[in-house]
Design a protein around this ligand. Sequence first.
Ligand SMILES: [Mg+2]
Length: 407
Amino acid sequence: MKIKKDLIDIEELILNHKNILFVQDIDGVCIPLVKDPMQRELEKRFIYSAKKLNKEFFVLTCGEHEGKRGVNRIIERSLKSRLIPKEKGLYLRGLGACGVEYQNNFGEVKFDGITEEELNFLSKVPKIMEPKFKKIVNDLFPEMDNDEIQKHIKKSICDTKFSPTINFNSLFELVGGDLLKRKRIQIKFQNMMNEIISEANSSGLNNTFFLHISPNLGTKDGIEIIKKATINDIGSTDIQLILKGALKDSGVLYLLNQFIGDLTGEKPFGSDFNIRNSPISLKDKISFCRKFIEPKDMPLIIGVGDTITSNKINKNNYYSRGGSDRSFLELIQALGVEYGIKNNIIFVDSSSGEVNRPSTQKNGFLGITDEEDFLKFDIVFHNGPKEYINWFSKIADKRFEIKNKYK
Ligand SMILES: [Mg+2]
């Protein structure tokens, strides 16, 4: 695995290119991973740096902007104010909920292409999960009392608006190194989430949702493959119920449409374009861009993520590649090739957080990428979010200077 060492060349390219666009994941990239998502923290200086990049920066995350668990609350905590981010436009612009929830700097949210019925069903999901969760915990931990179960419900069921989630971390902590029990937790909750899909089907919302498993082992027949715990890797830690079409790579198209719209005054895919009517496959997405985006309007894109997996399936001697950031980074890389622009792919090693992830410092790229992987990293931040934020702030400052010099 070769990593381009010439960081200065990459920086020069980013700083001096006419139009650039950062498309960046959040958790594990600028926020260290923590077991309890309510404890997430974002450094103040990152918020101001993102603001400096102005329209050249978007986030693209499966977390949500709004609600009590939203990134907007983290920003308000970090700035110790609920007014300042709104007044000064310091919220992170871009897409939450895997492409469903768009917001501008002022925290004005919209969710194009989502119906009232879908939102209605989603709002009921956390309540549907509760009795199922209790039953599973009773099976796995027969000695646990009701108060304790309630505490775990609070930590494990995330009642987010667009993507209700079951998170295994608090139960994982109870079982310690018991591999068999870890795997049982993963399987039982996967079954629980499949039951919820069946309930959606029987309430008339056929083919509306899918399960997004983090991290995963790629997809088979359109279904994400759970990554079962092993001795060295805890595997999948949460499962989200997500609206079909909500994919980070479709989010890239949405953001490009927005970016070019801001730049030229006209959205290349039209003002009605949303992730629900986006082409699905990588190939179709590229042709779609080719058809509607003129080369002069295509920016140099810098894609940043931390969740990428590659695991060798020994018996078949092939790699199972996945991870929730893979698809959008692959699209960014492929668009660069298509348009002859050196798009940059940045990998942030998030293993220094509280969540067990493969570590580049300990094992190189084992479990992350491999020699034959189509996805190639241009920059790797082995030391995690802090190191990335240092670099990001430097680039944002310099870019700001350059942009304002030529004004
Ligand atoms: Mg992440």
